[in-house]
Design a protein around this ligand. Structure first.
Ligand code: F3S
Ligand code: F3S
Ligand code: ZN
Length: 109
């Protein structure tokens, strides 16, 4: 299922990871939530396609290993969401619409 762009309202900021917010629910290893706020990746939708890592011009994403997740065993983590220049390439190329970027949404940390 595609990421819910209204996640700030529909979810709670339940944890932090590597300098960005995690929006729950999280029940590892099967349910991982959404990582990031300005650049948000729904880990439960991501199938590790990798196009976002290849195409982002400012290298916002890193792989993180997620062994035991039903969709894929690694995810695109928005490790440098503060560097995003809102080009929207990642949103366009993700085959499962796992990413939402909103220029008006600030990193919560
Ligand atoms: Fe990169 Fe996506 Fe921002 S491609 S520049 S993280 S909109
Ligand atoms: Fe995952 Fe989509 Fe990137 S499937 S690795 S968020 S292109
Ligand atoms: Zn993360």
């Amino acid at each position: 299922m595609a990421i819910d762009p209204q996640f700030e309202r529909s979810r709670d900021h339940t944890a932090d990871h590597d300098g960005h917010a995690v929006w729950g629910p999280v029940e590892e290893p099967e349910v991982l939530g959404i990582h990031g706020t300005h650049v948000a990746v729904d880990f439960d939708a991501c199938i590790a396609d990798g196009a976002c890592l290849e195409d982002c011009p400012v290298d916002v994403f890193d792989w993180v290993d997620t062994p035991g997740h039903p969709e894929s065993e690694r995810k695109a983590d928005p490790a440098r969401e503060n560097q995003c220049i809102d080009c929207m390439l990642c949103v366009d190329v993700c085959p499962v619409d796992a990413i939402d970027v909103d220029p008006g949404r600030e990193n919560r940390l």
